[in-house]
Design a protein around this ligand. Structure first.
Ligand SMILES: CC(C)(COP(=O)(O)OP(=O)(O)OC[C@H]1O[C@@H](n2cnc3c(N)ncnc32)[C@H](O)[C@@H]1OP(=O)(O)O)[C@@H](O)C(=O)NCCC(=O)NCCS
Length: 292
């Protein structure tokens, strides 16, 4: 046994798993701060408001938390799973994940695991399907970017909600109405890529963690994604800006020019059949690392 751990008691071997309630958020926050995750109290509150959580209690104290979000009928994401360092490697993480997986058999479940933690999820039926790169830094004045022929950018707003939900679904295969609704409400800026044949993309900038983040970014091509990101980055020049983008995509060589450096990686894992987007719209940046 690791000498840094508290002694094992019978109750610690049998943690009680129960639904997370609002009053658990301060403990959840301190667990995520322990991992140096950037979430503020309001970020936890927002993520909790659109999903549901489970907590593990041992000896009456919360020693682990996890969240899940259900999207439409077919998809779900699991994230923000963290067990107190003193209580790890005793099966608590597995119990939390089992509780979070209950009733999701018919859904495709996605999650984003940092560092080497994907081994933990792989042991529970998740397969690795991709990589995410986190870019962060003080945003520089962005360059002027060209748009695809015939397209133009316009500000987006709450009236665009259904439009954005539709494009987000076409790019990722999940219906994320609640997420788009909340992101639009919290947005510092939203842009929609219009085209005479109909809208072709959007991006949302909002406050998160240490500064601001841009995501989701849904576009038909890298050129359009860059134009929307540059437009929104210009609203937060000099502030900390973060994007979580697909690894090996065309944005990776370009983001350093906005002042953003590659600071972390995550593995994308999936359990269940692929969510098959049936449209040429692509997702260039996550809405949130926990949510996808
Ligand atoms: C990941 C985490 C939740 C696991 O919690 P835990 O209570 O220690 O996990 P368990 O004891 O239930 O382990 C379950 C299985 O995963 C394996 N596992 C646990 N941590 C692992 C790691 N870091 N790497 C690889 N495998 C791991 C265990 O060996 C065990 O496998 P087994 O059942 O075949 O023996 C915990 O290490 C943690 O909080 N990490 C920091 C936060 C984090 O990165 N969360 C994931 C991102 S959402």
């Amino acid at each position: 046994m690791n000498s840094a751990k508290r002694p094992l008691h019978a109750t610690e071997l049998l943690p009680v798993i129960r639904p997370m309630v609002l009053a658990d958020l301060p403990v959840a926050l301190s667990l995520s701060e322990g991992e140096r995750w950037p979430h503020r109290p309001s970020d936890w509150k927002t993520l909790f408001s659109m999903g549901e959580g489970r907590v593990a209690e041992a000896d009456g104290a919360v020693v682990g938390v996890g969240m899940r979000w259900l999207w439409g009928e077919r998809a779900a994401t699991v994230g923000l799973v963290v067990v107190s360092p003193d209580f790890r490697e005793r099966g608590i993480g597995r119990k939390l994940l089992e509780a979070l997986s209950a009733g999701l058999d018919r859904r495709t479940v996605l999650l984003h695991a940092a560092g080497t933690i994907h081994g933990f999820y792989a042991s529970m039926g998740f397969e690795r399907i991709g990589e995410i790169r986190q870019y962060e830094g003080k945003a520089l004045q962005p360059p002027l970017m060209a748009l695809p022929e015939g397209s133009r950018l316009r500000p987006g707003g709450r009236n665009d909600m259904q439009l954005l939900v539709g494009m987000d679904e076409r790019a990722g295969g999940a219906v994320r109405e609640r997420l788009i609704q909340i992101w639009l409400r919290q947005a510092i800026g939203t842009v929609v890529l219009d085209h005479p044949d109909g809208p072709r993309g959007f991006a949302i900038l909002r406050r998160f963690g240490r500064g601001a983040t841009i995501g989701p970014v849904v576009a038909p091509c890298p050129m359009a994604a860059k134009a929307m990101i540059a437009h929104l980055a210009g609203l937060v020049t000099g502030r900390t800006l973060r994007l979580d983008v697909q690894a090996h995509g065309e944005l990776e060589d370009w983001l350093p020019g906005l002042g953003l450096a590659h600071v972390a990686d995550a593995t994308v894992l999936r359990r269940g059949s692929p969510l098959a987007p049936d449209d040429p719209l692509l997702s260039f940046a996550l809405a949130d690392k926990a949510i996808g």
